[in-house]
Design a protein around this ligand. Structure first.
Ligand code: BG6
Length: 477
């Protein structure tokens, strides 16, 4: 039992969460530069992040020291088009050229996400973001500039990150706490799928040597019991949580059960004949997916569901599942007591990659890569500069053990890029929640971060992952 010889070991980041330099060298503002304070209710924002913008050489050298074969990063749309459209910012193009050059210096293959949550703010103001069909063409224009400029630098592209999670987050209005109009919401997902499909076809035309795929968040879906109705609830969940976000790209249509779900909830997607034609031509070469865990569901009649904890504006406290299941046609999310507990007591599901990757292999018959997986929590920087994150090592070790068995069982995985290469600003919990192999010395205070050196330190997991990569996944001790 072993990993394929040319398996891509690496790790992931996103531009908004690591780069900082939010207004440097002509970059336009993004919706995240705007909103972060409101979302986190803290002071730590994406403005300075981990200052990868100025530290990229040092960071990529550290990744090379760990033996990375691949580095997942994203491009900031607003660095290329400060207004989201129109005039191109050459400094942005030059910056990413330099980052790619640095990766290639160490034979690290960049895996590049085209769009990872951070929409140019101008597009939100002018068009209402992905609520407008207009975004499809603007996204394709942006992709064209990327393919033209980076066709010699990038061989692996990812379209949009977690476009499915963006929908669940949007299920309830952040400000009022009231449910958003579901048709509008699902249309934003549909428009992204059409845009991605167009970008895939364009990439095949402009960069014939490159490969391109999506990066949704997919998970294992379990029924609470072996009752047929719980099983059906889990099947519904799997269709709405996973399959509907990949089927249109690969097969040009949504899964059958989605039609029932949409009917029950008065959702009418804005699907045109032209969209269906687009889907026929934009089939991905592989599927990248972020995989952190599972959803466990039990059947429950809609009338009997208790949504009392859905009230209030604190949208962030609600799980994706609560938002999803607060509608007829799925079931109710429950906790699953069967999972393992880590040495620090956190509950996790090491089987999630193994199960999800096997199912995807059989459903799509395409190569797969893990684009995120990992464990975020606070770390302690000791006086001697060490960071003892044995909880993270144990978490990743169990994931990799099961992933390895999954490959043996037939899962067609060609790479593993956990979250994250270096500490970055979490989407919900600032820099206190850390994921990296590389520690970045800053705290929640943006004012301090502005002038801080943001020194880098190797965590224990850094040395451990180096051994894992060196042994191609054989030495996990
Ligand atoms: C994924 C996102 O949802 O999860 C990342 O693609 C994010 O951008 C990661 O950082 C971890 O979630 P969080 O909320 O801890 O940042």
């Amino acid at each position: 039992m072993s990993f394929p010889k040319d398996f891509f070991w690496g790790a992931s980041t996103s531009c908004a969460q690591v780069e900082g330099a939010y207004d440097v060298d002509g970059k336009g503002l993004t919706t995240w530069d705007w909103d972060q304070k409101k979302i986190n209710e803290g002071t730590c924002s994406f403005k300075y992040a981990s200052d990868f913008y100025h530290h990229y050489k040092e960071d990529i050298a550290l990744m090379a020291e760990m033996g990375f074969k691949m580095f997942r990063m994203s491009i900031s749309w607003a660095r290329i088009f400060p207004e989201g459209e129109g005039k191109i910012n050459q400094a942005g193009i030059n910056y990413y050229k330099n980052v790619f050059k640095e990766c290639h210096k160490y034979n690290i293959e960049p895996l590049v996400t085209i769009y990872h949550f951070d929409l140019p703010a101008a597009l939100e103001v002018k068009y209402g973001g992905w609520h407008s069909r207009k975004l499809i063409d603007l996204y394709v224009d942006y992709c064209k500039v990327l393919f033209e400029n980076f066709k010699d630098d990038v061989k692996y592209w990812l379209t949009n990150n977690e476009y499915n999670v963006m929908i669940y987050y949007g299920a309830i209005d952040m400000l009022t706490g009231k449910p958003n109009n579901l048709t509008d919401l699902y249309n934003t997902g549909h428009y992204q799928l059409v845009a991605m499909s167009k970008a895939i076809a364009l990439c095949h035309e402009m960069c014939p040597d490159a490969k391109i795929g999506p990066a949704p968040n997919l998970c294992a879906c379990y029924p609470k019991t072996c009752s047929p109705m719980d099983t059906i609830a889990a099947m519904n969940m799997e269709d709405i949580r996973n399959n509907m976000w990949v089927d249109p790209l690969v097969y040009g249509k949504y899964p059958e059960s989605i039609n029932t779900y949409f009917k029950l909830n008065d959702i009418t997607l804005d699907i045109t004949e032209e969209d269906l034609e687009v889907f026929k031509h934009g089939k991905p070469d592989f599927i990248g997916f972020n995989c952190y865990g599972n959803e466990t569901v039990e059947y429950m009649e809609y009338e009997k569901m208790d949504f009392s904890d859905m009230a209030g504006a604190d949208n962030r406290k609600l799980s994706y599942l609560q938002k999803l299941t607060a509608k007829p046609g799925i079931g109710r999310g429950v906790s699953n007591e069967r999972f393992e507990k880590g040495i620090d007591g956190h509950m996790f599901d090491p089987y999630c990659i193994r199960i999800t990757a096997r199912k995807l292999t059989d459903r799509y018959h395409l190569p797969l890569i893990i684009t995120e997986n990992g464990y975020g929590r606070p770390d302690t920087l000791e006086e001697d500069g060490t960071i003892h994150d044995d909880y993270r090592i144990e978490h990743l070790r169990r994931m990799i053990q099961e992933m390895k068995i999954g490959i043996e069982e037939g899962a067609n995985l060609f790479g593993y890029c956990p979250w994250s290469a270096l500490d970055l600003v979490s989407t919900r919990e600032g820099i206190t929640k850390r994921y990296g192999f590389i520690y970045v010395d800053r705290d929640e205070d943006d004012e301090k971060a502005k002038t801080a050196e943001m020194k880098r330190y190797r965590k224990d997991s850094f040395y451990w992952y180096k051994k894992v990569i060196e042994s191609n996944g054989e030495d996990l001790d």
